[in-house]
Structures are given as C-alpha cells and as structure tokens.
Design a protein around this ligand. Structure first.
Ligand code: ADP
Ligand code: MG
Ligand code: ZN
Length: 613
C-alpha cells in the first residue's frame, strides 16, 4: 500500500508536468500584452504599429515605441483579410512591416500531433504503471523465496567482545574467527583450512546471539542474521530458496558472517519425524549443507549458528567442513554474573552502597539474559519511586521479581535448596574421588543446568572406546553419591536424585543384559533391541528369554546396584568431614574447578576403595 501510494504520487507529478509541456506548446510563449484584433486595428490606424510577424495564427506585434504585443488571428484566414474584415485603414496598414514566418516542419507536426500523441502516451504510461502495480502485488505472493535478511551494519548497534562478560573460552575460540576475517590472507598463504561453521551451543539466554553479533562487531564485517524458523514459513520449497538467497547475498558481501539463530528449528535429525522423510525442513537443511559444501576454499564467509538443543541436531551438520567448530556457552558462575551485572549497570546511576557481588551470590542459575533483565527491573523500580539512583534494595527486590516471573521460576533456588544441592553434588564428587576406576572430577557445580540442580562433571583422562566392569561399577557408585549424601546429611531425600537413579538402573541393566558382566547369567545378551527410527528413535526390545531368566536378571541387576550402593555409602559415612568441606566450598563458590576440588580432597588423604568386580 505504501509503495502504491508512492508510485501514484509519481504518476500524478508526471501528469502535471505533461500538462505544463502541453500548455507551452499550445499557447503563445509570450503572454505579455495580449491585444484583441480590434485593439490591433485601432493601433494600426493610429500608426503605432511598426511590424507584425505572423506565426501560424499568432501575430507578434512590435509597436513603434518598441513595446511588443501578441494577438491572435482567425484560423485559416489571411492576416490582411482578417484586419480588413475589422475595417483597418489601407494606408495605415501599408506602413506596417508585415512578415509571415512559416512554421518549421517540426513545429508544424508537433502542433498537429502533440495534442493527440501526448494524451495517448500519458494513458499508456498510466496503464503501464497500474499494470506494474498489480503485477507487483501478484509477485508478492511468489516472493517468499527472498529472505528478509537483517544486516547489522558496522556502526549501528555495534557490539564487541567488551560487551560480553565472562564466556572466556568461547571468546578465545571466536578470536580466531575474527582474526581470519580481518586477515584471511595470512591463513590462506600457509594453507590452513579456515573454519567454515561455528556452532554456538548453550542454554537460553547465555549470550549466543550476543556473542555472534560481537564477533561481527570485532571483525567489522557485514553480519547477516536470520532465525532458522524464518526459513520455514508457509509454502513448500521456500526454505531452500531462502537459503540460496542468503548465501548468495553473503558471498557478494564477503568477507562476511552468516548467522543462523536457533538452527535446531531446521537442523533436527533427518528422518526422525513421523510421516515420511521429505518435508520442508529437511530440504532447507539439505540446502544449507549444499551451500556450505559449495564454498570455495578462499571464500571468506563464515557461517555461525546457535542452538540450545545440540542433542537433536543432524549429524551431517556437525561433520568436518560444516559446523566443525563447536563453542559451548555455560550458565555464568558467580564471577561472571558479577561481570554481566556490571556491564548492564553501565549507564544506570548506581547508589554508593550497591554491591553487585552480593547480587551475584544471590542469583545462582541466572542466565545472562536474566541478569540483564534484573538490572532493568531495578532501574524501572527506582524510576517508579522517583529516585535518581538504583539502590541495592531495588536490585535485591528485582531478584525476586525475575525469579518469580514465570519464565525462570523453575531455576530459582532458595538457600535451603542450595544446601541440598551442594551436599548432593559433594556426594557425587567425593565418591568419584575415593572409588577406584572412576574418571577424575573435572568440575563440581551447583549452578543449575536444565532440569538438574547442579552437576559433577567427570571426564576420562584419555579418549576411550572400551570400558571395564570395574569402571562401570565405579560409575554406579558415583551416581548413588548424591542420593546417599542427602540421606546421610538431612535424614531425608529429595526429588533431585531421580535422574541419577534412573541412569544407574539403566546402566546396571545393561551390564547384565548387554555386556555379559553378570557371572551368574554368563556371557550372553538378553533381548533383541532395534532402532525404530520412525517412532522417534526409541529402543524397543523383544524378549528372547524365559520367564525364569527374567527373574534372575532382576536379581543380578539388584546385586550390582547393591554392591555399588554399599561401597558409596561406606565412603560417604567414613569421610563425612570431607563431604562437609566440599559442600561448604560449593555453597561459597558454587563452582569448583578440578584443581580447587582436589586441593580440598588432598588434605584428607583419601584411601582409594575398590569395588569387587
Ligand atoms: P541466547 O541467544 O543465548 O538465548 P542472547 O544472546 O539473546 O541469549 O542474550 C540475551 C541478552 O542477555 C543479551 O542481549 C544480553 O543483554 C544479555 N547477556 C547474556 N549473556 C551475556 C553476557 N555474557 N554478557 C553480557 N550480557 C549478556
Ligand atoms: Mg538467541
Ligand atoms: Zn545427582
């Protein structure tokens, strides 16, 4: 509608101009001193006329005093005849210089044709315009293939790494990308393969989008930002053509960054959905893969993508040459939270008593977005109370507001819950440190992640493909650590262990039925398993053993569980003092890195406990 309005105005202006041209051709150019024939005759009689030049029907009169005038004669009648008809005096007329200037050929034809041709032309033009309008309207229906690419230009909304707090490792990882975009030649000359795709993974609100924009800001290149859900709109086939469009645009602007936000909307594992394989989403995904493969070695376009569901992504997306760089963004820990609060406190006058560290302590589980929101809420609160500064109290009450807000409610942790979580995680970690065959503890944290209140991260020392029975038993014991610790310390257990227990049960079951690790049942497997892709990748199991065996399997699973559970319980009860120390440290610092954790444990000289295989 807006476009139509603009063009309509254009047509109008054109028509007015046309009319003007017309009037110039059709009316005498000199408007001054129009004389009627009568007046002209009178002037001739009075001897005031020096000369008359006849131009078609126009008479250009020059008076004896030098003034000029214009008159009009009757068409198709001679001048002299006209004047005579008006009774001019013969003598007087003879004194007048009379000159007839023929119209030039062009002028003649113009005079003849213009009145016909110009309106016709105008009509044609008008129709053409209207037609184009209509076609444009119709075209819009076929215009879905064009992406509505958002381009963050270098200066507007510029974000740099300085605006991103914490996230140290992700930033380091992306520095390399920035370096390449700034100076691709350096890398190409030495034959390095440049990262094509960088996948940012992390919970919602941890700054994935922000970090992508900051990368563009740092490297000062065009940044094409598109949300994956925008690929897939109403019509089939649109997604793929949008992808083509996006990549073409970016290549033209190279060096540049393409950023596909929330890529899981199109990048889900193919073939996992019900009802046949060739849906729109898949074609879009295929097109992305095709485009990424089609990059020449020296095309300076880097594709970034973000997701909070890396687990559902199609494996093809993660292959070398595609999104082979993966950058994990964690929820911020206490230090990072303070940094984020500082960044978002910029430009907001904070009271002298404000202590952002205290706020950071009180906000475990908050993502960057929550903290930004908190700062904003505090500012709103201060403004509503007509204050000039944001006070500590404003900040503290905003914590509640953000926590109790529907979005983050589940993540909120009270002091008591924090304690339970600390002891739970300390239990896992302590068992992991004391039992033989367990992987070293990498990180213990009570910063909540997804459904879990906290986590104990164990990583093997080296990449492994085989795992022994001893190691499995150690894993089992570690997974009971949280549950046991809660029950020993609080004489009560919480729902926080349900996930641990399910994993432990599944593991014990697998030891018996798949790995042949039960001595009683011997080296065989039980149950035929099958991948049923069309049912969303669920395992179905067909029984290939007797009812009696089924009972034995249950007993064996129980026996594995009991052995591991008892070992873990023994570790926790004998080392209660260590458990307390770890839990205290966790409540204070929230996250313990590997060295911090082992520094605590080492002072107690734990005895390594083995579980009999
Ligand atoms: P995601 O894309 O991971 O869901 P966003 O990048 O959209 O999260 O983050 C939302 C907002 O939260 C950002 O615009 C920013 O204001 C704030 N934010 C998140 N993480 C950080 C951080 N590390 N430093 C500063 N601000 C952050
Ligand atoms: Mg985002
Ligand atoms: Zn646990």
């Amino acid at each position: 509608m807006k476009r139509f309005g603009k063009n309509f105005f254009g047509v109008l202006v054109f028509l007015v101009l046309l009319a003007l041209v017309f009037s110039l051709f059709l009316t005498p150019s000199i408007q001054e001193n129009n004389l009627t024939i009568n007046q002209l005759v009178q002037k001739i009689d009075a001897g005031q006329v020096k000369s008359i030049v006849v131009h078609g029907d126009t008479l250009q009169v020059t008076l004896t005093d030098g003034a000029k005038a214009v008159s009009q004669k009757e068409a198709e009648t001679g001048v002299v005849e006209t004047l005579k008809n008006y009774g001019v005096e013969q003598n007087a007329l003879q004194k007048v210089e009379l000159r007839v200037e023929n119209q030039s050929g062009a002028q003649y034809w113009a005079g003849l044709l213009l009145p016909v041709v110009l309106p016709t032309l105008a009509m044609i033009l008008l129709f053409w315009w209207l037609f184009r309008q209509a076609k444009g309207g119709a075209n819009q229906a076929f215009n879905f293939g064009k992406v509505n690419i958002k381009l963050f230009s270098a200066n507007r909304d510029k974000v740099t790494f300085k605006d991103v707090a914490g996230l140290k490792e992700p930033k380091e990882e992306l520095e390399e990308v920035v370096d390449f975009l700034r100076n691709p030649k350096k890398f190409l000359d030495i034959g390095a393969r440049i990262p094509r795709g960088v996948l940012l993974m992390g919970p919602p609100g941890t700054g994935k989008t922000l970090l992508a924009r900051a990368t563009a800001g740092e490297s000062n290149v065009p940044f094409f930002h598109l949300s994956a859900s925008e690929f897939v709109e109403m019509f089939v086939g649109v997604g793929a053509s949008r992808v083509r469009d996006l990549f073409q645009t970016a290549k033209r602007a190279a060096p540049s960054i393409i950023f596909i936000d929330e890529i899981d909307a199109v990048g889900r594992e193919r073939g996992a959905g019900l009802g046949g394989g060739h849906d729109e989403r898949e074609q879009t995904l295929n097109q992305i893969l095709v485009e990424m493969d089609g990059f020449e070695r020296d095309s300076n376009v880097i594709v970034m993508a973000a997701t909070n569901r890396p687990d559902v992504l199609d494996a093809a997306l993660l292959r070398p040459g595609r999104f082979d760089r993966r950058v994990v963004l964690d929820l911020p820990d206490i230090k990072d939270r303070e940094e984020i609060l500082k960044i978002h406190g910029r430009g907001k006058p904070l009271g002298k008593e404000v202590n952002l560290k205290v706020i950071a302590v009180r906000t475990p589980g908050f993502a960057g977005a929550d903290l930004a929101n908190l700062m904003n809420e505090a500012a709103i609160l201060a403004a509503r109370n007509d204050k000039k500064e944001v006070s500590q109290l404003d900040l503290l009450s905003s914590i509640e507001k953000v926590m109790l807000g529907p979005a983050r409610k589940s993540r909120a942790i009270s002091e008591h819950e924090k304690k339970i979580t600390a002891y739970h995680e300390a239990g896992h970690a302590l068992v992991a440190a004391a039992v033989k065959g367990a992987d070293p503890v990498h990180k213990v944290s009570i910063v909540s992640r997804g459904m879990a209140g906290g986590y104990t991260l164990k990583l093997p020392l080296e990449e492994r493909h085989l795992k022994t029975k001893t190691e499995f038993l150690a894993d089992l014991a570690v997974s009971f650590g949280g549950f046991i610790s809660e029950s020993v310390v609080f004489k009560d257990v919480s729902t926080g262990s349900s996930n641990d227990l399910r994993q432990a049960t599944e593991l014990a079951h697998r030891l018996v039925t798949q790995y042949g690790m039960s001595e009683k049942l011997g080296p065989r497997t039980f149950g035929k398993t099958q991948d049923l892709i069309f049912l969303g990748r669920e395992l179905s199991s067909e029984r290939d053993y007797s009812e009696a065996t089924s009972g034995v399997i249950d007993n064996e699973v129980d026996s594995f569980i009991k052995r591991a559970f008892d070992a873990a319980r023994k570790i926790i009860t004998t080392h209660r003092n260590v458990l307390d120390k770890i839990a205290e440290a966790l409540m204070e610092r929230e996250t313990l890195e590997q060295d911090e954790f082992y520094a605590i444990v080492k002072s107690f000289n734990l005895k390594q406990v083995g579980i009999k295989a």
